[in-house]
Ligand binder design. Structure first.
Ligand code: ME8
Length: 512
């Protein structure tokens, strides 16, 4: 049976332009999707935009544009960002699409039929920026005496008729879920935080609003629109055409992984499983929360004017250097800082020097001394075997890392082999062997070519464009780039194109 992998990003709010934080989660999900495809799995990779709710409605009003036109524009901008970042999504869902509205309503109806929704009136705090209800006990009082949400978002007192979801009834089942399935929720810091939130007790959740109109109408009561999070979370099912899923789409549920930022772990790890339990639908297998990016040590914000558009970075540094930096800088799951200095260092040291030079040195020696053709694989020395052995373990090693969302550790595993490759080439000195033992020189170059092929193959998910270039230069055809294909040696005698540098060094322009 083929394994299936269904991975999702959050659907992003269209109240503002995409930035590096959005690109981050999408790139991470893309790496996982690409990795599973190379493993021969069937993949469904979903991203999209979250277009309803008061926050989006207000942003449209502020722009003086009708909400649908406004969301059309910004959603298109998110899609452009995804394309520039080479996000290989299979579907892009928008919550204003009829297919989504239909599904969200069906999900509501199912939950209501099962008795988990009742009507009442909400009175309490709401933070528009977070689109989140907060209990009095969760608020923090600033030095100025003003109460805010724990996230710092301003709160307002809201009082309106509302439907409620019986969240309080799911506390025990949720705690049991986290305890029995430690891998359901990660990283550990998020898991602990969520467990402690649920242990404090869950109140029933207001799941509809009546004070504005920009949302999915509640079935049977058009005065209400759904709470934007009920609507938004349903996207993971609406993309599979719930409740009328074809067998092909149904096979992708339950989702393998919802990748989210830590800011929205509560919605995914508490509300979403509770909604699904209420609807009698299987739960996703895993939710993993990425950490938070700051920029040059500061929180990104419109008022500070330091919001980074990933497309600008790509123009300056190149796509793969940006993708690499995002996943390499800090262990995935932790918080990180985007600084020009470290971006340049990572590019120049790890890409241009470590990987770029190893490839360049090997390929130019093959071009000069082997007539540009792949030499034969012959008898191997212990050192040869050791390097090839390390390289051949990469697909399995990385597959374990991917299952744990340890994307940065995966890169570190690859870099260990790259560093070993550099130590090997320095020690073997094939340039010197040319005069003393030409056969051995060819053997060494063949070992390096095979090692580089393994490295480039497993790095494809992280740096698709440059690894494609590298594989072309290594003479690896398109149908030889999967993990399974690594089991078959490249035939000797294949001629290689003239070597070209893959990772340029970045030189900072002098000011003025
Ligand atoms: O929350 N660092 O949408 P959103 C890291 N519509 N990741 C960041 C980030 C940062 N500084 N800023 C944003 C929503 N992100 C809802 C989601 S899902 C059913 C609905 C990423 O536009 C991170 O993944 O506010 C975060 O969770 C997401 O963007 C929030 O995007």
């Amino acid at each position: 049976m083929t394994s299936r992998f269904y991975v999702t990003t959050p659907i992003y709010y269209v109240n503002g332009a995409p930035h590096i934080g959005h690109a981050y989660t999408s790139v991470a999900a893309d790496v996982l999707a690409r990795f599973h495809r190379l493993s021969g799995h069937e993949v469904f990779f979903l991203t999209g935009t979250d277009e309803h709710g008061q926050k989006v409605e207000q942003a449209a009003q502020n722009a003086g544009i009708a909400p649908q036109l406004f969301t059309d524009r910004i959603s298109a901008d998110f899609r452009d960002m995804a394309d520039v970042m080479a996000i290989s999504y299979d579907d892009f869902i928008r919550t204003t699409e009829p297919r989504h509205i239909k599904s969200a309503q069906a999900l509501w109806q199912k939950v209501a039929e099962n008795g988990a929704i009742y009507s009442g009136a909400y009175e309490g705090w709401y933070a528009l920026r977070d689109e989140c209800f907060y209990g009095e006990d969760e608020l923090v009082t600033g030095a100025d005496g003003v109460k805010t949400a724990p996230t710092g978002a301003p709160v307002e007192w809201v009082k309106e008729p509302s439907y409620f979801f019986k969240l309080s009834e799911y506390q025990d089942r949720l705690l049991e879920l986290y305890e029995k399935n430690p891998e359901f929720l990660g990283p550990n810091s998020t898991r602990r935080e969520i467990i402690s939130f649920v242990k404090q007790g869950l109140r029933d959740l207001s799941v509809s609003r009546t004070s504005f109109k920009w949302g999915v109408p509640v079935p049977g009561d058009e005065d209400h629109v759904m709470y934007v999070w009920f609507d938004a979370l349903a996207n993971y099912l609406s993309a599979l055409d719930y409740p009328d899923m074809s067998a092909e789409k149904a096979a992708f549920w339950p989702a393998s992984l919802h990748l989210v930022g830590k800011d929205i772990a509560r919605f995914h790890a508490v509300y979403w499983p509770a909604f699904l339990m209420a609807a009698g639908i299987e739960l996703p297998e895993k939710i993993f929360a990425n950490g938070w990016w700051t920029v040059e040590g500061q929180k990104m914000s419109k008022s500070l004017g330091n919001v980074v558009d990933p497309r600008e970075l790509v123009k300056e540094f190149g796509l793969d250097s940006v993708r690499f930096f995002l996943l390499r800088e800090v262990p995935f799951g932790g918080d990180s800082d985007l600084s020009r200095k470290s971006m340049i260092m990572r590019n120049n040291i790890e890409l241009a020097n470590d990987l770029g030079n190893l490839c360049q040195r090997t390929l130019s020696l093959v071009a000069r001394n082997c007539g540009g053709v792949v030499p034969e694989r012959r008898v191997l020395t212990d050192e040869d075997k050791q390097l090839l052995g390390q390289a051949s373990l990469l697909p399995q090693l990385l597959s374990d890392r991917m299952a744990a969302c340890a994307l940065t550790d995966a890169l570190e595993d690859v870099w260990k082999v790259i560093r070993a490759g550099n130590a090997y080439i320095d020690h073997q000195a094939p340039w010197a062997l040319r005069k003393t033992d030409e056969e051995r020189m060819k053997d060494v170059l063949r070992v390096l070519l095979d090692t580089l092929r393994s490295i480039a193959t497993v790095l494809q998910p992280f740096m698709p464009q440059s690894m494609e270039k590298m594989l072309v230069q290594l003479g690896v055809n398109e149908n030889e780039r999967s993990f399974a294909a690594l089991e078959v040696l490249l035939p000797a005698g294949r001629s290689l194109p003239a070597p070209q540098g893959i990772f340029p060094r970045y030189v900072e322009q002098e000011a003025g």
